[in-house]
Design a protein. Structure first.
Ligand code: HEM
Length: 528
């Protein structure tokens, strides 16, 4: 087992091995397509297939591990830049990784026998303290458990893609955001990332998990959301092989969150809900996730595990992207332009804005959002190879290895983004006439393996609602000097890098802040 192998090789490789695995486990718990779960073995002709060439590290054996510990995801991108090979293999301790460069990425959706669940089990099992049942479900050792991942994915798509659901979520989430913004006093000091985590993850959690009747509405749970933050941002430390190696604060936070989720009684929740009928409750997202878990044999503990996996996968990305938004919008010139776009939009909409119209009404805000995703979307997406398979009809990917697609080479490709690909340019996604262009289709932050994040529409709309609410109501002044975007945290293990440090700002309410601004999502379009 990987964990045991890592245990045998000492602390630095352990840390890096864990990091490596977390890099590869990106939010999903499924096969890349339902076909791959049932397809028979491929007929592979070793004569015509190449095993991707191995690139050796400068320091034998541990060089790649150290490179990753030092540079995080950028290490994989720098390896890509060093070679002309379109795909190559590296070894990190006992783990074999095939790294795929952008030129072959279009073939990834067609590769069979990719899987994430067994990997997720290896990675998240220890840090989230998953129970035996959940681990065995994620290992996908039998036909039944192999159906679980695709079923869950289907449920996500059905829940987050249709416009009528989006409408409901955007309005609910905005309601929670509005409450937080409304509660902020003029002159209050906040740590930006901390506040955004609390607001967005709290709002998303409440909206998905039972609203005011669910676990996220428990005041104690809500207060300790900061601990949830600490806990989720320290998964790597929680993966240490023995508890005595882990900071007690992290263990306490994890225990607290787990106990709160476990104490939540679905039956009581069903009774508390206005409609009260168990059938109606079963139709809710919470009810359907639970139903699915139970169908696959999960006990209450298993259901808690799955909720934790969902929280760990859903919240941090949108939180990180929104935090970067405010760091970049602190640029005075950009802020003035963006505020004037927003003011005009509110005026034209007579105080009731539809966030779905923002791409036309506020192209610079959207362009800044895309530039945030491009600039900070330098993470890697990965899959576990559970049978020998082929890439582009030419390369052999061996059973038991991992395939990794670093996104930085996509997002900094000069042929797509031009000579200034390494700079943050808020207007990059605008045409000459100031309207939004189609360049955002070249972004890869939502997936490269053929499946795309089902929460992508919700993510942009919740980020827009937060941006509108905060920018129109408050001025932010950093306590320590000028507000420059911090560097990226190299320890971010999955998804958008978080800022390396949190910035403390003083919030001053604007005198001309619009009163009673309504935010909705009415349109039938989904174009972001
Ligand atoms: C800027 C914000 C976000 C980014 C960059 C992002 C990115 C991703 C990526 C790269 C994946 C993996 C896709 C794959 O390899 O198949 C994913 C999966 C997923 N995301 Fe997001 N995500 C974001 C926000 C959200 C939000 C707000 C939600 C909440 C609804 C969400 C829900 C999900 C779910 C449920 C999956 C798993 C899908 C499956 O199992 O098929 N995401 N996301």
């Amino acid at each position: 087992m990987l964990n045991e192998a890592l245990l045998a090789i000492g602390p630095v490789p352990i840390a890096a091995g864990i990091l490596l695995l977390l890099v590869a486990a990106v939010y999903t718990h499924r096969f890349s397509s339902s076909k791959s779960a049932t397809a028979g073995k491929l007929k592979l002709d070793p004569e015509t297939l190449q095993i991707p060439q191995t690139i050796s590290p400068k320091i034998p054996y541990i060089g790649h591990v150290l490179g990753f510990v030092e540079d995080g995801h950028s290490y994989f991108s720098s390896l890509c830049a060093r070679t002309s090979l379109p795909v190559f293999t590296i070894r990190m301790a006992k783990v074999k990784l095939s790294i795929v460069k952008p030129e072959l990425a279009r073939h990834l959706p067609k590769v069979r026998h990719f899987s994430l669940s067994p990997l997720v089990q290896q990675l998240f099992g220890r840090p989230l303290a998953l129970g035996e049942f959940s681990r065995s479900l994620l290992k996908e050792e039998d036909e039944m458990s192999r159906k679980f991942g695709p079923e869950v994915s289907r449920l996500f798509r059905e829940e987050f893609i249709p416009n009528k659901n989006l409408r409901k979520y955007v309005e609910e989430i905005d309601g929670y955001v509005l409450r937080e913004v409304g509660a902020m006093k003029s002159g209050q000091k906040i740590f930006l990332e901390d506040w955004i985590f609390k607001t967005l993850v709290g709002a998303l959690g409440k909206s998905l998990w039972g609203g005011d009747n669910g676990p996220f509405s428990d005041p104690e749970f809500y207060n300790i959301i900061k601990n949830l933050d600490t806990f989720l941002m320290n998964m790597k430390r929680l993966n240490a092989p023995f508890n005595f190696m882990i900071d007690e604060k992290l263990l306490t936070a994890r225990r607290f969150v787990r106990e709160r989720l476990e104490a939540f009684s679905f039956e009581e929740y069903a009774e508390k809900c206005a409609r009260g009928s168990t059938d109606a409750i079963k139709e809710t997202f919470l009810g359907r996730v639970r139903e699915l878990c139970i169908t696959y044999g999960a006990a209450t503990g298993g259901w808690t595990d799955y909720q934790l996996l969902l929280i760990a996968g859903l919240g941090p990305n949108v939180m990180a992207a929104s935090t970067w938004m405010f760091h970049h919008l602190a640029d005075p010139e950009l802020l003035t332009q963006v505020r004037s776009e927003l003011d005009e939009f509110v005026k034209q909409s007579e105080g009731s804005i539809d966030v779905a119209n923002m791409s036309e009404a506020c192209p610079l805000v959207l362009a800044t959002w895309y530039e945030v995703l491009r600039t900070h979307g330098g993470f890697s997406l990965g899959r576990y190879v559970h049978e020998d398979t082929t890439l582009a009809g030419k390369y052999l990917l061996k059973k038991g290895s991992y395939t990794l697609a670093p996104l930085r080479p996509h997002h900094q490709d000069r042929q797509i983004w031009g000579a200034a690909a390494d700079q943050f340019l808020p207007g990059r996604f605008l045409k000459e006439d100031g309207s939004l262009d189609e360049l955002q289709r070249k972004l890869r932050v939502y997936g490269v393996f053929g499946t795309l994040c089902p929460g992508r529409y919700l993510a942009v709309h919740m980020a827009m609602a937060l941006t509108v609410r905060l920018l129109l109501a408050f001025d932010m002044t950093p306590l320590n000097g000028s507000h420059k975007p911090p560097s990226e945290n190299k320890d971010t293990i999955a998804g958008l890098a978080t800022p390396a440090l949190d910035v403390e700002v003083v919030m001053r309410r604007l005198e001309n802040a619009p009163e009673g601004l309504e935010i909705s999502f009415k349109s039938n379009r989904q174009e972001f």
